[in-house]
Design a protein around this ligand. Structure first.
Ligand code: ADP
Length: 159
């Protein structure tokens, strides 16, 4: 298959997300990172900030496209004419929600396939929420996120 969609909040992008993108590119020719405009969780970073940070991370990779969407993922997928959706799985705790989402999407749009990429064990504990928590408490997030995100987190904290 040619292209895949990798949807998520990316609030903010972490090294775990970046690893998933690199691994998607071993299978697919291109990946469309689709940033959810209004995730249920109240995001720390605005949609523009989340998109900008992702674009900075992949500016040298012509096979990565960073976009945003509002509404249902299946509608975005139909519009893009891309049927493969990638999600990452870290722990068993991710499974219930992901299973429910994948089956619901399949029910609503039978052409869609959700493909799960297992986290690299190095990143299995890593989440955007954890990174935000550490940053809030002035901890060093340098090991968990790219440099531009570390800077953006520090700026947010000072605001
Ligand atoms: P969402 O709010 O849609 O879960 P996230 O930005 O938290 O958005 O995650 C986007 C996708 O990336 C999800 O499929 C999530 O499971 C996956 N993901 C997040 N962190 C990691 C990680 N450390 N390793 C592998 N996959 C991850």
């Amino acid at each position: 298959m040619k292209a895949a969609i990798y949807p998520g909040s990316f609030d903010p992008v972490t090294n775990g997300h970046i690893d998933v993108v690199k691994r998607i590119l071993k299978i697919f020719e291109s990946v469309h990172i689709a940033v959810i405009k209004n995730p249920e969780k109240m995001p720390l970073f605005s949609l523009n900030e989340r998109v900008r940070m992702l674009k900075e991370c992949f500016k040298d990779n012509k096979r990565v496209f960073v976009e945003s969407f509002d509404g249902l993922l299946i509608d975005y997928a139909k519009k893009k004419k891309i049927n493969a959706v990638i999600r990452g799985l870290r722990a068993v705790s991710d499974f219930d929600y992901e299973f429910q989402m994948a089956l619901t999407n399949l029910k609503m749009y039978p052409a869609i396939e959700t493909i799960f990429i297992m986290t690299d064990h190095k990143y299995s504990y890593l989440s955007s929420s954890l990174v935000k928590q550490i940053a809030r408490m002035k901890g060093d997030v340098g090991e968990f996120v790219p440099k531009n995100v570390k800077k953006a987190l520090a700026t947010k904290r000072r605001k």
